[in-house]
Design a protein around this ligand. Structure first.
Ligand SMILES: O=P(O)(O)OC[C@H]1O[C@H](OP(=O)(O)OP(=O)(O)O)[C@H](O)[C@@H]1O
Ligand SMILES: O=c1cc[nH]c(=O)[nH]1
Ligand SMILES: [Mg+2]
Length: 218
């Protein structure tokens, strides 16, 4: 009799191996990169991540006139978007994505990671009322244990969100496994899956503390 092996569902994971992304990520990782440089690179890389995060948006055919002739063009089909930033470091990615998606609505979820337990502590949440009809792109530079991302997505689903993508700069294997088991329906887009988490919950080799590097708080 053959053994029944049940594999738990897991989310699709996309690693952006584009040379521009990898170049900018390496510059971000360098300890010598200044606060201004870190902010600029995060903004630039966010445009490239937004390109991937919006890949599945539906298009509709429209009739247009070019200066030379009539043609059928394609436009986004009015699918509503919501960018959700996990404060505070998520705001670095949010700023870049808004350059490309200026009409998107924005939600904020304030979470910090307790340094001892590594569990997320919520301190703020504000979302658009019609979150249930929007495609939500949840942004946070770091997916370490995955607890912050999973908690934010729990809150979004409780608020009615149904279509979600999670976008980060760096992920640890542990974070990908945790988030993908907790929310197998949520695609994860990242620029790298690094080697491991250290004993303090930092991604190695990583880029350090994303919030502190973005805002110059250390
Ligand atoms: O996957 P996890 O183990 O939950 O860790 C990742 C979280 O840690 C960082 O935020 P932090 O708590 O440092 O807050 P900050 O954005 O205010 O700096 C990061 O931006 C994530 O939100
Ligand atoms: O490596 C890490 C892990 C969590 N949060 C960060 O900012 N960096
Ligand atoms: Mg931080």
């Amino acid at each position: 009799m053959s053994e029944n092996v049940i594999t738990p569902p897991s989310a699709p994971v996309v690693v952006l191996d584009h040379p521009l992304v990898q170049h900018k990520l390496t510059r971000l990782r360098q300890a010598s990169t200044s606060t201004a440089g870190f902010r600029r690179l995060t903004r630039e890389i966010s445009l490239l991540m937004a390109y991937e995060a919006t890949r599945d948006l539906p298009l509709e055919t429209v009739e247009i006139e070019t200066p030379l002739e009539h043609m059928e063009g394609r436009l986004l089909s009015g699918k509503k978007l919501c960018l959700v930033s996990i404060l505070r470091a998520g705001n670095g990615i949010l700023d870049g994505m808004l350059d490309l998606l200026p009409a998107a609505r924005v939600g904020h979820i304030g979470l910090f990671r307790d340094p001892e337990s590594l569990e997320p502590v919520e301190y703020y949440m504000k979302l658009p009322e019609d979150i249930d009809v929007r495609v939500c792109i949840v942004v946070d530079p770091m997916l370490a244990t995955g607890h912050s991302a999973a908690a934010a997505i729990d809150r979004l689903k409780t608020a009615g969100a149904r279509q979600l993508v999670f976008v980060c700069l760096l992920a640890a294997p542990e974070g990908v496994a945790f988030l993908s088991a907790a929310h197998p329906d949520v695609k994860i887009i990242t620029c790298s899956i690094d080697r491991e988490l250290d004993e303090h919950g930092y991604i190695r080799p990583g880029l350090g503390d994303a919030g502190d590097r973005l805002f110059g708080t250390k």
